[in-house]
Design a protein around this ligand. Structure first.
Ligand code: B1M
Length: 210
């Protein structure tokens, strides 16, 4: 197979052998971010489709996710870093309660960190209390929540309501991302219930722009 298809195939098949060699070869032609966005994420998309249609079982999805994570870890040192722009602000980043999906969140972490933001990534399955504790402790400027399950979109709404109740909404603009969200849900429904600012980020770069 040509290099591009081979890399995509490695994600889909969860095949780690030869991964780093292929990534190094790809790096000679393209930037790390282009490899992630155009090739590796295309592979994860296929995994999602196969899983969703019952053609792929969960343990294989997990293998694909592990290979994706290894690939991103291998590419991370090659991702463009903006030097001398530290201290742009602090964001607390979490995958919400009940949700283990973290590949997208960790990409957001890499992109923001490399562009001068201080990212406090507190991990997966984080209840709102833990998110707020981290935000207060690190004097965060922004809270970022990620979640891929449909039920996570409800949790995000509850989290925003909790910030309202605690009188913290004005102090914390919130960025939401993850495959189950839609722009309309965030910018219409959630916009109306949150007393602070809430925005939707389709991908890590929109997160950075916001
Ligand atoms: Co899960 N899973 N999964 N899964 N999984 C989905 C999300 C699903 C859509 C698959 C499907 O059915 N087609 C489906 C959800 C259905 C629904 O809710 N309606 C699903 C399911 C059902 C489940 C389980 C319930 C399965 C089970 O146990 N029976 C279970 C849930 C466990 C739990 O959370 N409690 C489960 C488990 C898993 C694995 C552990 C096997 C693995 C996750 C491994 C890991 O993350 N460490 C996994 C995977 C890999 C997927 C799919 C296939 C791929 C997700 C992914 O990593 N995509 C996924 C299919 C899909 O998403 N269509 C699926 C690549 C990643 C880069 O994209 O995270 O969307 P994403 O991030 C994007 C943007 O969304 C955005 O930026 C990124 C790109 O730049 N973004 C942000 C994300 N967060 C952001 C935050 C921001 C800004 C942008 O600012 C704060």
């Amino acid at each position: 197979l040509p290099l591009n298809e081979r890399l995509e195939r490695r994600i889909i098949d969860g095949e780690r052998a030869g991964l780093e060699e292929d990534l190094d070869e790809a790096l000679r032609e393209r930037s790390a971010l282009v490899i992630i966005n155009d090739t590796l994420l295309a592979g994860m998309k296929v995994v999602g489709e196969l899983f969703g249609s019952g053609q792929m079982q969960l343990p294989f999805v997990l293998q694909s996710a592990e290979v994706m994570k290894s690939a991103v870890a291998h590419l991370e040192p090659h991702i463009e870093k903006v030097e001398g722009e530290d201290g742009k602000g602090t964001i607390v980043l979490a995958t919400v309660k009940g949700d283990v999906h973290d590949i997208g969140k960790n990409l957001v972490d890499i992109i923001l960190s490399n562009n001068g933001y201080n990212v406090v990534n507190i991990g997966i399955k984080q209840p709102v209390a833990a998110i707020l504790e981290a935000a207060e402790e690190h004097r965060a400027d922004v809270i970022g929540m990620s979640g891929l399950l449909v039920k996570s979109t409800v949790i995000m709404k509850e989290n925003l309501q909790e910030l309202n109740t605690r009188g913290l909404a004005a102090g914390y603009p919130v960025i939401l991302g993850g495959a189950a969200l839609t722009r309309a849900y965030v910018e219409e429904d959630l916009y109306d219930i949150y007393a602070g600012e809430v925005r939707y980020a389709r991908d890590a770069f929109e997160g950075l722009r916001l």
